[in-house]
Write a protein that binds this ligand. Structure first.
Ligand SMILES: [Zn+2]
Length: 67
């Protein structure tokens, strides 16, 4: 399955607010590999996909995903 997107993730770099290491991320979202610091999801440059956009999201209309 191929995921089509109109946005290319942008590689961004910042300084870890916890330990000062340089960390790279995508679209303003960072996870420090040195100390484990992560920034808030809301600081990202683009909107996150919603649960309903997940291909595995159970469709309430069809009842798929229910036992
Ligand atoms: Zn760090």
């Amino acid at each position: 399955m191929t995921v089509h997107t109109t946005e290319t993730p942008e590689i961004t770099t910042t300084e870890c607010r916890a330990c000062g290491a340089q960390v790279s991320g995508l679209n303003g979202r960072y996870a420090c590999g040195v100390c484990g610091w992560v920034n808030a999801w809301s600081e990202g440059h683009s909107a996150l996909p919603t649960a309903a956009q997940d291909p595995d999201y159970p469709d309430p209309a069809t009842g798929a995903g229910t036992a």
